[in-house]
Ligand binder design. Structure first.
Ligand code: NI
Ligand code: MN
Length: 227
């Protein structure tokens, strides 16, 4: 499995011959635009945590061009269909679906969700991806919440993707609290440094994480990690 980070919450995972793309906000994302453009990214599946513009991003362009399956909550998949792309798989919180490349389970996230045009975007979510015997938890945009303990106890999380940018999600202290609950083997931070308001002190965050005995890896936009 190969994971590539494109800045903000854009995470590409190649597994089982498929390319998965989480929250493909490329256009208007200065971190992503420094290393790629939406029109060169391909995907077999686009997986959305919620409808906010900094996650929804280039979904329609990439989905149509690549004939990608869009996986998201019901409200988002209905919106995708109304915009002329029928290849979707809706999920709702707590639901799992087995794809050729792995199993996705939608989790709770403590946030909000609406499209850039104001349309209601359903509840925000996180995801647990089970593929190649690995459990990857993408928390989405969220604060810490106590049920993260349950997420970590149902399966040993190999990798957690946690937002650390603060203001719109948890910051470095909240993400450390979250890691304390989840107990992931490795944590990669997301949703930071894209804009001045969500600048994060990653060194300080790594210190906090090391204090609770948790491994971290900060990926630069465009950087990959083999798992
Ligand atoms: Ni959001
Ligand atoms: Mn966001």
């Amino acid at each position: 499995m190969r994971l590539t980070y494109f800045g903000h919450s854009v995470v590409q995972i190649k597994t089982g011959g498929a390319t998965l793309l989480f929250d493909p906000f490329i256009t208007g994302n200065p971190l992503a635009e420094a290393v790629t453009t939406a029109d060169v990214l391909s995907a077999d599946a686009i997986i959305l945590t919620h409808a906010h513009g900094d996650h929804w991003g280039d979904t329609m362009e990439i989905a149509k061009r690549c004939d990608a399956l869009v996986v998201a909550n019901h409200e988002i998949t209905e919106y995708v269909k109304k915009n002329g792309h029928a290849k979707v798989q809706p999920l709702n919180t707590g639901g799992s679906f087995r794809f050729e490349w792995g199993v996705l389970t939608q989790t709770h996230a403590r946030h909000s969700s609406s499209f850039p045009d104001g349309t209601y975007g359903g509840n925000p979510n996180g995801y647990i991806l089970h593929a190649e015997d690995l459990y990857i938890y993408n928390a989405g945009d969220t604060s810490p919440f106590q049920e993260m303990t349950w997420i970590g106890s149902q399966q040993a999380i190999d990798l957690a993707l946690l937002p650390i940018g603060d203001v719109f999600t948890m910051g470095i202290t909240g993400a450390t609290q979250a890691a304390r609950l989840i107990e992931p083997k490795l944590t990669i931070p997301i949703h930071f440094d894209t804009f001045p308001q969500i600048k994060a002190d990653t060194e300080k965050w790594q210190e906090l994480m090391n204090k609770i005995g948790r491994d971290t890896r900060v990926l630069k936009p465009g950087e990959s990690l083999d798992l």
